[in-house]
Design a binder for this molecule. Structure first.
Ligand code: NAD
Length: 339
């Protein structure tokens, strides 16, 4: 009988296993999009569950399952959990994500690990894949809007994916956050803090938004006519910016129009856009589609996050951890009852 053995990896161990290597994260993300395009991934829409409460705080969990085929088959899910209450308390993270990986044949769980930083890395790695294919090859200036957790990994991803960049503008409503973020990269890159989004967008070749804004705030007349835009949250660019793009490229039209509140769900419900107007990032990774045909085009990319990226990155880190002897072994049972 096969013993149940689960490798538990805490955040420090996931990091030791190579999580902060953005080059690796972008490679894994690109490979994942390719598998998706080849039909080797099964991924139902994520399930959102909000916690009802009558206090002045909100929390929710999202279950994000996927099956990954190919050379390293794995099945599992990320439990993405977020609590607004935590962000009012010192030292309590807003997001507390976990990833569970199982063997697809026996379904034995093989690893459980912290997924919080995996989320940040895979999110910006997906944007990195968009930028690699869609940004003009001579892009010099990027404006990254939102100097939070994703803002930090976005700087890492854009410098990796677009090596021609000479200036990265990091923008936040809170200038102190933008300044602190720029200081983290001082001496490595030309990262310049801004608090005025319009000024930061002026002349930018590449604009990536990763804010917590609940409404659209970037109009068309702030943007260069051949810019590449990448939107990571539900609302940032105004609807006519998106609709005027020469090409719209998303991680998942199905998911964006399935979850309530996203700008694509609103535009779809209002009859402003349909699926035939949209392309997918996996078409770029498989070579079926060129993100842009020339340097004059105005390109919009958007992601909302996919569990398959969490699983492929987590599985790569699991394999690294096994080789490095990291983690704590747990057992589900010594002798399974009633088999
Ligand atoms: N697409 C994906 O896969 C994916 C994955 C994870 C998170 N996200 C989204 O990315 C966003 C950022 O997440 P985070 O963890 O970095 O949040 P965070 O709270 O750490 O940072 C967000 C930052 O945006 C700033 N901000 C808010 N509105 C702004 C505006 N109008 N202009 C400029 N700055 C503004 C805030 O001051 C804050 O510093 C969230 O909306 C989150 O839901 C997307």
């Amino acid at each position: 009988m096969k013993k149940s053995e689960i490798l538990f990896l805490k955040q420090e161990e996931v990091i030791q296993a190579g999580l902060l290597d953005m080059h690796q994260a972008i490679e894994v993300a690109e490979f994942t999009f390719r598998l998706l395009g080849e039909g080797q991934i099964r991924q139902p829409n994520k399930i959102f569950l909000g916690v009802p409460n009558d206090e002045n705080w909100e929390s929710y969990g999202m279950s994000m399952p996927a099956y990954i085929g190919g050379e390293h088959p794995v099945i599992g899910f990320k439990w993405a959990a977020e609590s607004v209450y935590n962000s009012t308390q010192p030292g309590m993270p807003y997001g507390l994500d976990m990833v569970l990986l199982s063997d697809p044949k026996t379904m034995y769980p093989k690893a459980i690990m912290d997924g919080t930083i995996i989320t940040a890395m895979r999110t910006s790695a997906a944007a990195g894949v968009c930028a690699k294919y869609a940004a003009r090859k001579n892009s010099k200036v990027a404006a990254l809007i939102g100097a939070g957790v994703i803002g930090r990994t976005m700087i890492m991803a854009m410098r990796e994916a677009v090596p021609s960049l000479e200036e990265i503008r990091i923008v936040d409503l809170d200038m102190a956050k933008a300044e602190a973020m720029a200081a983290e990269f001082a001496g490595i890159d030309n990262v310049v803090p801004y608090c005025d989004t319009k000024a930061a967008c002026d002349g930018a070749d590449l604009i990536v938004t990763e804010t917590t804004s609940r409404k659209e705030f970037i109009p068309k007349d702030w943007l260069k006519s051949n810019a590449t835009l990448i939107q990571m949250e539900a609302h940032s660019f105004e609807k006519d910016v998106i609709l005027s793009a020469d090409r719209i490229i998303l991680d998942s039209w199905e998911q964006m129009t399935h979850l309530p509140g996203h700008v694509f769900q609103q535009m779809h419900d209002a009859g402003m856009i349909d699926s035939d107007r949209v392309h997918h990032i996996h078409e770029l990774a498989t070579g079926q589609l060129a993100a842009r045909e020339n340097d004059d085009e105005f390109i919009f990319c958007g992601t909302y996050g996919m569990g398959c990226l969490d699983l492929t990155i987590a599985d790569k880190l699991y394999r690294n951890a096994v080789e490095m002897g990291l983690g704590t072994k747990l057992v589900q049972w010594d002798n399974p009852l009633w088999v």
